[in-house]
Design a protein around this ligand. Sequence first.
Ligand code: PLP
Length: 437
Amino acid sequence: MTTTPMNPETIVLHAGHRADPATGAVAVPIHQTVSYQFDSTDHAANLFSLSEIGNIYTRVGNPTNAVLEERMTALEGGVAALAVGSGQAAVTMALQNIAHAGDNIVSSTDLYGGSWNAFANTFKAMGIEVRFVDPEDPENFWRAADERTRAFFAETLPNPKLHVFPIAEVAAIGNEMGIPLIVDNTAAPVICRPFDHGAHVVVYSTTKYIGGHGTSIGGVIIDGGTFDWEGNAERFPMLNQPDPSYHGAVWTQAVKPLGPIAYILKARVTLLRDLGFCASPFNSFQFIQGLETLPLRMREHCRNAKWVADYLREHPMIERVIYPGEFTGLQRERAEKYLTNGFGGLVGFELAGGAEAGRDFIDALELFYHVANIGDARSLAIHPATTTHQQLGPEQQLATGVTPGYVRLSVGIEHIDDIIADLDRALASVAPAVIAA
Ligand code: PLP
């Protein structure tokens, strides 16, 4: 394999696998196995002690998952990755790897409803406080942090607001304070590379654009290898003091010869081992297939979404279009700075007529699927206030940008004329009385 740096379109087809050494198979084989034969007792002991890296048991590592991990690492420009069972598992593990009871995390308010809920309730029950701050002003992260803050967390392109997160600004604050920035880039693969802007760890729900066909749930955590865990030893004892769960290993020292992978290796050999959120090799195969066409699909998603935003802007029944390419001022600046390869496939809008009009519109769609998902090749629509964000109170809904009449579209890669025709038909069928009300 060439060592010349490759472009995303090439990386997604080639990184991490050329051909199966045993059979010559070009497609990545699905290694549907639980365990792996050891060569000898010495070999087994070396694997367990990490003096040699290799397969032991699929809960902590699998060759099909490993190709997905290598490909995602190459695509993002990181140093190593860990495939896990869902996007939610990736978010949870990325934080649990460095935050324990009594610690806190400072997170953007602009989050997927599931992450918000996990932080506000489940993390709280685990004794980890999540402090939510408005990312409009990056300094809010600095203001909310203290000596027990273990991470800053945010999404690159959070829906429904679609306000792009100021990655470089918050990463710089993190570097100054010794706090890593963990970015969920689920909605912006290929169009944004958070590591290029200083993020330290990237997480994905691969369920969305990476898979791209709505068939499998999965997630991945990618380590950028740039955070100085050793230089911030007081804040990160879990990486710098002997770990009793792994016969006293000091993670920043134990794996030094392998590169700056202390964070991600610890996640694999302790959290994945103990909590068990492992990826399915079959699902990893699906994500590898999805990855192969990801850059191609993202181009189409972005192109179609722009057409949809243009169409909605001119429609008399639409009060507001929420789309990064529609913003002005600071939001537009951030969108242009971070979404260097297109404004993404998500478009929100507010119908005159509020919640009732939103419901009528969704019920009238024929091509768009009405589902709780984004990033499928098919076009999808949802009314967040009654679905994805339903478990949040009205105030929390507003804080995340969900108003009663908001409709979210995940624009697919169908022909644009058919997408617009469906929107046109559904808008025309919203009862005039609802609009007038
Ligand atoms: N992060 C974001 C931004 C999401 O949109 C989602 C799911 O919608 C998740 C994480 C959770 O992913 P999963 O459904 O794969 O657990």
